[in-house]
Design a protein around this ligand. Structure first.
Ligand SMILES: Cc1cc2nc3c(=O)[nH]c(=O)nc-3n(C[C@H](O)[C@H](O)[C@H](O)COP(=O)(O)OP(=O)(O)OC[C@H]3O[C@@H](n4cnc5c(N)ncnc54)[C@H](O)[C@@H]3O)c2cc1C
Length: 497
């Protein structure tokens, strides 16, 4: 028997990988993590996130358990509400059009609170998401949309806290080490073939956890599976998520699962670079569109900007923008809602125009039919139900009537200068198609039998997300399934099922 590099090898160093490694180590396994990126770029998409995590909680006491340093003033000034399991189930079912795998959703929802608490005990610190997920009305913050906590320091904070927790427990991480193939004898997986320092070598282990993300950074696979035009999308996060884990597993007979032509994609600064930029993080996104209107090159609106809270529409509206002529749109606001724009509207790297008259503004919207735009605004202003009060904290029903594309909530006339426009294109976050796993995170083959020694977690798992996604679920899913995968891999390595 050749020497083992470790009992468990984990491919990747994002959130799913770190959770898997911590869980395997807790079971007594020796663990080695392999990260394709150099240390300065490690941590995958997890590092690009805001660190926001969707979790079931029953009122302020559960929030206090997740955020022990919550101050008395914060408790007094905040209505945290609750996010019952039933709501999380409903959100997953509704946004995925009832296609999400019920067994995986059951684990995701019912284990979310306990698993976040487990991760907190390992070293993760959380805080409430004031500002982005709660607006102050009548002196009190009120949370909405089921998304209430985030990692201290956002995605970079999350990755550095968990990386430190792993290293403190003796878990090794090899950077610049790209997994190429699985070592497989037709019966069980016994390690991986890697490329590091210009050489290819084999690393043996009793079990392998694949946590190497989706294929969003692979333009050829995007076009192949998501369809024509997706080669033109910007990548919001890591350039290292090129679908390797999925490819390696399929090559030994793993079963593909989920929405292979679907992905999470948002509105993203039009001049953002090809891949994510860690110095900007997620701030290229533009997520305050529910309070304005969006128009395309023809000067026309094309989507209901206020169909739901941004948490339930943002992940599918990137695709809608990609489908517009020239793959771009302008988000339009006036002074009345300026104070509601998220902090990402204040960054330096932004394509923004302003004007004090609507006619001058129309001329400044690059690539847009100005005459048609002015018609759109006239029709829009006449259609807003100003008799219904505006309130950003709930779906206020302040809609438009009589337009070919109506807005369902938060409609305001565009009539108060200065007018502001922000140019966006499509930024892909992650892909939905991936590998079939069982409830122990074992990868299943085409006969739906577990491939011995192989486990998977995170973005590369298929079957959870279809069409759309409730904001903050990716990190929760990679935490819950990362922990399960690490536990299963360690138990298998120790010879117990
Ligand atoms: C800009 C942005 C903002 C986001 N915000 C949020 C948010 O606030 N909340 C939320 O829940 N989700 C958010 N997401 C989604 C979230 O990032 C993912 O759902 C989650 O991080 C997935 O974790 P993961 O571990 O599966 O993947 P990743 O974190 O991407 O990790 C994959 C890892 O695998 C490595 N890798 C890839 N190929 C190989 C290989 N061949 N060999 C070795 N290593 C390899 C990568 O370098 C990386 O370390 C956001 C995503 C982006 C891009």
């Amino acid at each position: 028997m050749p020497d083992l590099a470790a009992d468990v090898i984990v491919v990747g160093a994002g959130n799913a990988a770190l959770c898997a490694a911590l869980a395997a180590q807790e079971q007594g396994a020796s663990v080695l993590m392999l990260e394709a990126a150099p240390e300065a770029e490690s941590g995958g998409n997890s590092r690009f996130t805001a660190g926001a995590m969707r979790v079931v909680y029953d009122g302020v006491n559960d929030i206090k358990a997740l955020v022990p340093d919550l101050t008395a003033a914060e408790v007094d000034n905040t209505d945290f509400g609750s996010y019952p399991a039933g709501h999380f189930f409903d959100d997953m079912a509704r946004v995925t059009q009832y296609r999400a795998d019920p067994d995986l959703v059951e684990l995701l929802v019912t284990r979310s609170f306990a698993t976040l608490n487990w991760l907190r005990a390992k070293g993760l610190r959380l805080i409430p998401i004031y500002g982005r997920q709660a607006f102050k009305v009548d002196g009190k913050f009120k949370f909405w949309g089921g998304l209430t906590v985030e990692a201290v320091g956002g995605g970079p904070g999350l990755v550095s806290m968990l990386t430190e927790a792993a290293q403190k427990r003796g878990i090794g991480i090899r950077f610049r080490t790209r997994a190429l193939d699985l070592l497989y004898d037709g019966n069980r997986v016994g390690g991986v073939r890697v490329r590091a320092d210009g050489a290819v070598r084999e690393l043996r282990a009793s079990s392998v956890v694949l946590a190497s993300g989706g294929f969003e950074a692979n333009a050829e696979w995007r076009t192949r599976y998501l369809g024509p035009g997706w080669d033109l999308a910007r990548v919001r996060g890591s350039r290292f998520n090129t679908g390797d884990g999925i490819r390696m597993a399929l090559a030994i007979g793993a079963s593909p699962r989920g929405h292979w032509s679907g992905c999470h994609a948002v509105q993203w600064e039009i001049n953002a670079p090809e891949f994510g930029d860690l110095s900007v993080g997620d701030q290229f996104q533009k997520h305050s569109y529910p309070f304005g209107i969006m128009i395309n090159a023809a000067g026309r609106r094309f989507v209901d900007e206020g169909a739901d809270f941004r948490n339930y529409t943002y992940a599918k509206y990137g695709r809608v923008v990609l489908e517009q002529p020239g793959q771009f749109a302008w988000q339009i606001f006036d002074r009345k809602v300026k104070h509601l724009l998220r902090d990402e509207y204040n960054i330096r790297q932004i394509t923004k125009v302003t004007a004090d008259t609507i006619e001058e503004f129309a001329q400044k919207l690059d690539g847009v039919n100005a005459v048609a735009f002015l018609d759109t605004v006239r029709e829009w202003n006449a259609a807003v139900r100003t008799d219904i009060p505006f309130n950003p904290n709930f779906k206020d029903g302040r809609c438009t009537e009589g337009l070919s594309v109506n807005k369902s909530n938060w409609a305001n006339r565009i009539d108060t200068p200065p007018f502001e426009g922000y140019a966006v294109t499509c930024g892909i976050t992650f892909t939905f198609g991936g590998l079939r796993i069982d409830t122990g995170a074992a990868v299943l083959d085409n006969d739906h039998q577990p491939i011995r020694g192989l486990y998977a977690a995170g973005e590369l798992v298929g079957g959870l997300f279809y069409f759309n996604y409730p904001g903050g679920t990716g990190l929760t899913s990679s935490t819950v399934f990362g922990k399960i995968a690490g536990q299963s891999a360690a138990r298998a390595a120790a010879g117990s099922p």
